[in-house]
Design a protein around this ligand. Structure first.
Ligand SMILES: Cc1ncc(COP(=O)(O)O)c(C=O)c1O
Length: 379
């Protein structure tokens, strides 16, 4: 008999919905990945660095040039000075960085505050490490945080608070006010903040990304995780990074070296060169705002209600005007009968709370979005 360490975890909803979409030849707006090509320039750079012989293990912490460019970008965007030698680690995607960070700091019986709906990788890793998730619900329709509720949940055992802005699955973003509240709540404590900022370059309507890096007192206790997969339409490359103060990075790297040792070498060199031109990430806000607006406009006149999306490449649609079916049932029916796959938002809650909303990924060509909207109008 195998004793499962995660007895209640099955196959991820993303695999389930993508497989269902394939079986029924449905348009797949479920899993969050773009259907655009990676920049030819970036692909040429990867190939150049491979040809030039950068094909063996990178330094465990990551290629120095890439860490330097990340430090410059962080300084320029968030006025936060980071030491590339001691405070930045390149990872095999954000998922690995999140796993490593939680494993480095969460011990048996530690409590970790998690906001729900929550990206699905946090809680299993907390549990694997013997920690206890403490849940706080974001308040729809704007999915805001009631910080007084958070304050009440803090105990002597609270080790970490995990935040995610821009937020998957809801598309909500933190305001400066949210971060000021978080700073106040954690001030003077040993609580760490794990800040998942993988969508840092995808915000709309002129909003600026509120990184914890902007807030010096928070930055002292934060582990920031980002992903190049989101920024360069290259989710399959699995490249990300972690920024944390020296003492935290020291512990992070102890685990990192035994999870992957080092991330992909030629891709690190290529991204380092590509990142030097800030246009390569600064144009992303406008690019995705246009996608969001296209999808939202296409959905006008349908029976779905559009929820606010201020960042990420996800749009929530409220279907309470169509049916009171469970969101998991409705998402399945939508895939099989209408031909559009989405993600039911209840799966992002440990108690499967059903607000009758589905998550759609709009990182797709306009033709795909038009075809999907046409089908959704049939309801
Ligand atoms: C909020 C959030 N964090 C982390 C990740 C994982 O990023 P990566 O693909 O770089 O592992 C994702 C990917 O969907 C995400 O949405």
């Amino acid at each position: 008999m195998v004793h499962s360490k995660l007895p209640n975890i099955g196959v991820s909803i993303f695999s389930v919905m993508s497989q269902l979409a394939n079986e029924h030849n449905a348009i797949n707006l479920s899993q969050g990945f773009p259907d655009f090509q990676v920049s030819g320039k970036l692909i040429d750079l990867v190939s150049k660095y491979m040809r030039d012989g950068h094909n063996q293990y990178a330094p465990m912490q990551g290629v120095m040039k890439l860490r330097e460019v990340i430090a410059e970008k962080t300084g320029a965007l968030y006025s936060h000075k980071v030491d590339p030698e001691k405070e930045i680690t390149i990872t095999s995607g954000a998922t690995q960085a999140l796993f490593t960070a939680i494993s480095a700091f969460v011990n048996e019986d530690d409590e970790v505050i998690v906001f729900e709906p929550a990206y699905d990788s946090y809680v299993p890793v907390i549990k694997l490490n013997g920690g206890r998730p403490v849940y706080v619900q974001l308040k729809p329709p704007y999915y805001e945080i009631d910080w007084s509720e958070v304050q009440k949940l803090i105990t002597a055992r609270t080790k970490m608070i995990i935040i995610n802005t821009p937020h998957n699955p809801t598309g909500s973003i933190f305001t400066a006010h949210d971060l000021e509240k978080l700073e106040k709540i954690t001030n003077g404590s040993n609580i760490l903040v794990l800040s998942d900022e993988v969508y840092e370059h995808i915000l709309f309507d002129g909003y600026e990304h509120q990184s914890v890096a902007r807030f010096p007192k928070l930055a002292e206790k934060s582990i920031i995780i980002s992903s190049f997969g989101k920024t360069f339409h290259a989710t399959g490359w699995k490249m990300g990074y972690c920024i944390a103060p020296e003492n935290l990075t020291h512990e992070f790297r102890k685990i990192h070296q035994f999870v992957v040792y080092a991330a992909n070498t030629p891709v690190q060199y290529a991204i380092a060169e590509f990142l030097e031109d800030e246009k390569n990430y600064k144009q992303l806000n406008a690019f995705y705002q246009e996608k969001r607006d296209t999808f939202v406009n296409l959905m006008k006149g349908s029976k779905f209600k559009v929820r606010p999306s201020q960042g990420t490449y996800f749009q929530l649609l409220d279907y309470s005007g169509i049916t009171d079916e469970k969101d998991t049932d409705f998402a399945e029916r939508l895939t099989k009968e209408i031909g559009v796959a989405s993600i039911p938002v209840s799966v992002f809650y440990h108690e499967k709370i059903d607000h009758k909303v589905l998550r759609f990924c709009f990182a797709k060509s306009n033709e795909t979005l038009e075809a999907a909207a046409e089908k959704l109008h049939k309801l």
